[in-house]
Write a protein that binds this ligand. Structure first.
Ligand code: SF4
Length: 283
């Protein structure tokens, strides 16, 4: 019997983006035949989905381990890789399964062009995030990465710079930075490289968060997009909770007859959101 009688809706726009779907499909195609595939870094920032793929034979390796992988298949995930990873994998006679997201490949091309034009490249993004490592690798690491505007010392900035963004950053924060720099007399060439899918989801999620008593955002603890979307939900609906697995659901959060919205990041599998739904229905 449904004792709390919760009314539950899963956000239909949540779930894997096309970049992640493509990477997982590529991995499964290989695993269906090979039962072993090395993947450079977490294929998707979701512990539950990783565990599912590991059961099928996916082996996650760190970048420093790539030099030891020889004569096999190595998958490069959606985040993209710097040129060094390609060189190293090829040198060791590996077959690269390249699942870099087409959107990220386009951004890598853009940043390379900016570098060739001698532009001063700045990237609003997370230090050491794999996507950022992939981007800075295109320009011999000659880009300044910052997560917070306070990391930049205004007086040391060039008169003119080109500003890129990590694909999963919050669009409002990005344009606040643009405005701040312009107000301080800096000529900013704006390269809004926030993924449209991420941006649209952020926008749509506001309506979703508003239309429910409580929101459960399901995402891996390393998901940048999950954090951005959670903050967005929390602004609209203070009764929003972040969970990574069904076990983290706390019955005390809910009251009888409430309406609950379940949503996720671009790295959250639909099956996991359905499990959360099932668990809430049993409360
Ligand atoms: S969030 Fe956007 S850029 Fe990142 S993998 Fe998904 S589709 Fe590609």
């Amino acid at each position: 019997m449904n004792k709390l009688n919760l009314k539950i809706e899963i956000d239909e726009n949540s779930g894997f983006c096309f970049g992640v779907t493509n990477a997982i499909n590529k991995a499964e195609e290989v695993l269906d035949h090979n039962h072993e595939l090395y993947c450079l870094g977490e294929l998707v920032h979701n512990e539950e989905e990783i565990a599912r793929l590991q059961k099928k034979g996916l082996k996650i390796i760190h970048n420093y381990e790539l030099k030891n992988i020889k004569n096999t298949k190595v998958l490069f995930r959606a985040h993209g890789e710097p040129p060094e990873s390609y060189k190293l994998a090829e040198k060791n006679n590996n077959n690269i399964i390249d699942a870099s997201c087409p959107t990220i490949l386009k951004i890598q091309k853009l940043i390379k062009e900016a570098f060739q034009n001698n532009e001063n490249i700045y990237i609003y993004g997370k230090h050491n995030h794999p996507e950022i490592i992939g981007l800075t690798g295109q320009v011999d690491n000659k880009a300044i990465v910052f997560e917070d505007i306070n990391e930049l010392k205004l007086r040391t900035l060039p008169e003119k710079l080109t500003l890129f963004s990590q694909t999963t950053k919050d669009i409002n924060s990005f344009y606040e930075i643009v405005d701040f720099l312009k107000q301080n007399g800096i000529d900013v060439k704006v390269q809004n490289t926030i993924c449209r899918k991420v941006y649209r989801r952020q926008k749509d999620l506001k309506d979703f968060a508003e239309s429910h008593d409580k929101i459960i955002l399901v995402a891996g603890k390393n998901s940048s997009n999950g954090k951005v979307l959670y903050n967005e939900c929390k602004k609209i609906n203070p009764d929003s909770y972040f969970i990574s697995s069904v076990q983290q659901i706390n019955k005390q959060w809910f009251k009888k007859n409430e309406s609950i919205g379940i949503c996720g990041a671009t790295s959250t599998p639909m099956w996991l959101m359905k499990e959360v739904e099932k668990s809430l229905k049993s409360l």
